[in-house]
Design a protein around this ligand. Structure first.
Ligand code: NAD
Length: 488
């Protein structure tokens, strides 16, 4: 069976999904264009504050009617496992709904995004009847306990770069922990999240526990983060939007939040590293999803003695990418999400070149339909160049060289971001020394990127975020603690 499909023949879900039903949008929608060919193909409705109210009411009603947060936890485990099974069974349509609007090639959606998301839902489900509170030491005539309880309704907002995965990161732990969710996917990639919510109901998760309200940040996102009926907010997106959300939450009533934000992650290659391995990992770390990855390893920091050889090896790999439409099963290299974003990438690269940077490869838009930018390696950049300081969110790797470990660490630090880092060396002591010194929420040694284990939490230091997704931390973040002291 081929995964390739005709995007014009695909039937799209219409409207929002509230209380287990599709609800048609009102008013003018936002024009949606396919990144693979630039064609306008749909409109995304914009849910207003009244619709968000309706979604929160539906979530509360579903919690009350189903007792989701109070049922025997094993019931939640079974319902979530059935949902994961159905997601796998419906992978064909789910992958098409993802591929048509997003930058994710269909083969990678099927093999990576859907497979991992189903496993992550199972992973989080298993916490429901295993992770609990604690009994703590107190005086002999007292009993001290820490109870854990769900928040009620969690508000989730996700970005466009991995829509299924991001929805899974938010929905899996929130539901396993006994909450209902009002989720807003990106206005550029809403369809897969809608279908995941539909599948949840078909799998037996009570209608109304997942409500999907479509729309943009200023209207719909703002209504979600400002809604006092929402007990916790979980956001993944840019640092700028994260800051706007913090301000809105401060204005409308303080509630806890998890913020997974941007990054500008270094990949440090020492002179003793396995060169071929480093070239593979560094290249994959910046060309996966055309660099539109929060943990993209966008800054190569390399020992000057191997810089030329490594640059040549990376450039060779970059030139070999096979771009194509996301609905073509042979495609490996993704388009950029929008005309606006590809223009921004080009602008930053040109500004770097004007300051003396040299494109070892790439440095231009690809000549084909849609929004494709050639994988780019920029040498000769300065520390203050926007190509080095700003999150580009494209397949652009800057290269800086060092002569000793201290200089490598100084270059690796970023004034605001601290999401991830890669270290390549055969020297174990150095690997651990550098790992300890780096300010980042994740460090990969002699590899770059997550594995298929879900136990390692992900999240940033500094302005890259607050709190964690994945791991047991993500489950715990969806329950609040109540301290109980009983006088006997
Ligand atoms: P974005 O911040 O523009 O949008 C993300 C989501 O937030 C969208 O649904 C958008 O509609 C919504 N939004 C925007 N402004 C808002 C506001 N003021 N109030 C409420 N909602 C608002 O980000 P994007 O361009 O969709 O995604 C790319 C960004 O996401 C990058 O910065 C990337 O690093 C980050 N990201 C981080 C992680 C992580 O785990 N740290 C993972 C994926 C993506």
């Amino acid at each position: 069976m081929t995964l390739s499909f005709d995007p014009d023949a695909l039937e799209l879900p219409r409207g929002h999904f509230i209380g287990g039903e599709y609800v048609s949008g009102s008013g003018a929608g936002l024009e949606m264009r396919r990144p693979s060919d630039g064609a306008a193909f749909a409109e995304c409705p914009v849910g207003d504050a009244a619709l968000v109210d309706r979604a929160v009411d539906a979530a509360r009603a579903a919690l009350a009617a189903s007792g989701w947060g109070r049922v025997r936890p094993r019931e939640r485990v079974k319902a979530l496992q059935a949902w994961a099974d159905l997601i796998e069974a419906e992978a064909g349509r789910l992958a098409q709904l993802e591929a048509v609007a997003s930058t994710r090639p269909i083969a990678q959606i099927a093999d990576i995004d859907i497979a991992i998301t189903a496993e992550q839902i199972r992973f989080f489900a298993e916490f429901a009847d295993k992770e609990g509170g604690d009994q703590v030491p107190t005086a002999d005539d007292q009993l001290g306990m820490i109870m854990t309880e769900p928040y009620g309704v969690v508000g989730a907002i996700t970005p466009w770069n991995f829509p299924i995965s991001m929805a899974g990161w938010k929905l899996g732990p929130a539901l396993a922990a006994g909450n209902a969710v009002v989720i807003k996917p990106s206005e550029m990639t809403p369809f897969s999240t809608l279908y995941m919510a539909e599948l949840a109901v078909r799998a037996g998760i009570p209608a109304g526990l997942i409500n999907v309200v479509l729309g943009d940040g200023p209207v719909t996102g703002n209504a979600i983060t400002g809604h006092t009926g929402i007990g916790k907010i979980s956001f993944t997106g840019s640092t700028a939007a994260g800051a706007a959300i913090m301000a809105n939450v401060a204005r409308t009533g303080i509630r806890p939040m998890t913020l997974e934000l941007g990054g500008k992650s270094p990949q440090i290659v020492f002179g003793d590293a396995d060169l071929a391995l480093a070239a593979d990992c560094v290249t994959r770390g910046i060309i996966a999803n055309a660099g539109q990855v929060c943990v993209a390893g966008s800054r190569l920091i390399v020992d000057e003695t191997i810089a030329e050889a490594l640059a040549e090896a990376i450039a060779g790999r970059m030139k070999a990418v096979r771009p194509g439409a996301t609905w073509d099963a042979a495609t490996q290299f993704s388009p950029i999400i929008s005309e606006r974003q590809i223009g921004r990438i080009g602008g930053i690269v040109e500004a770097a070149q004007a300051r003396g940077a040299r494109a070892v490869c790439g440095g231009r838009r690809m000549e084909r339909d849609g929004y494709f930018y050639a994988p780019t390696l920029l040498a000769g950049v300065t520390e203050t160049s926007p190509a080095v300081t700003e999150e580009i969110f494209g397949p652009v790797l800057t290269m800086q060289t060092f002569s000793d470990e201290g200089e490598a660490l100084a270059l690796a630090g970023h004034p605001t971001y601290g999401l991830a880092a890669g270290v390549f060396t055969r020297d174990l002591s150095r690997a651990l020394r550098v790992t300890k010194a780096i300010q980042a929420g994740t460090v990969w040694v002699n590899r770059y990127g997550r594995s298929r284990d879900h136990i390692l939490p992900t999240g940033g230091y500094k302005s890259s975020g607050i709190g964690k997704d994945l791991g047991r931390e993500a489950y715990r973040a969806n329950r609040r603690l109540k301290s109980v002291l009983v006088q006997l």
